[in-house]
Design a protein around this ligand. Structure first.
Ligand code: NAD
Length: 201
């Protein structure tokens, strides 16, 4: 069996599977071998794991969420950012493809109704019926010694980190169920298990 070397980029997977198949012809010609090397290098740097996927990243305006948005876009996905930092989120959307690739929506995830409304309206803007991926990066921290933390601090942190995250998961589950698949990524921190001075986990 021979390997077709005249394939377009969209057929990388086919080529790789063919190459790895026990039916593959060996040895390859020098030209085939050189092309295979190029394609494999290309493939490893241009992974397409998110191609065609509709993703949501909470807390996507800054920090690790911002990095997630960039990575998803670089791998072919479209992303909805839900955050309270408007200017940072809008700037990121503009940089990567506002309202075509990246959609910023102001959303305070501690509001249950606000999350439901924001997720529904953003899906409509994206022309999609469900999110394929949800990455929860929105977080609120208490930068105090634990004995100085107030109920207001705890309420704020728990409303975002626990209840807010739960609301976001709740907003995507029905759509994922209808689709029969989906991925939800929740984020924690080592500070949940290790004590840090001046920082309530
Ligand atoms: N930075 C680290 O070194 C590190 C290490 C391990 C784990 N983590 C975890 O990763 C997650 C993200 O951390 P980070 O460092 O990127 O944080 P960050 O503070 O840089 O970003 C958090 C984002 O969440 C947004 N946000 C806060 N409250 C919100 C709300 N009510 N609604 C919507 N968005 C809101 C913020 O505006 C911000 O854009 C956290 O869960 C953190 O514990 C971070």
């Amino acid at each position: 069996m021979s390997i077709s070397i005249f394939i377009d980029k969209d057929n990388y997977h086919t080529l790789l599977l063919t190459h790895l198949s026990p039916l593959t012809r060996y040895p390859m010609s020098a030209a085939e071998s050189a092309l295979m090397t190029t394609l494999l290098e290309d493939y490893s740097t241009e992974s397409r794991r998110f191609r065609g996927l509709v993703c949501a990243v909470t807390g996507g305006s800054t920090g690790i969420g911002n990095g997630c948005v960039r990575q998803i876009v670089s791998e072919g996905g479209r992303v909805a950012i839900f955050d309270i930092l408007d200017s940072e989120g809008e700037a990121l959307a503009k940089e990567l493809g506002e309202n075509s690739v990246v959609f910023f929506t102001h959303c305070d995830i501690s509001s249950e109704d606000g999350v439901a409304e924001a997720f529904t309206s953003t899906l409509q803007r994206m022309g999609a019926i469900a999110f394929d991926v949800l990455i929860c990066m929105a977080a609120n921290f208490i930068y105090r010694e634990v004995h100085l933390a107030t109920h207001a601090d705890w309420d704020r942190a728990l409303n975002v980190n626990i209840k807010g995250t739960a609301s976001c998961v709740k907003a995507v589950i029905p759509g994922m169920r209808n689709k029969g698949k989906g991925a939800v990524v929740l984020t924690s921190s080592i500070t949940g298990t290790l004590a840090f001075p001046g920082f309530v986990p």
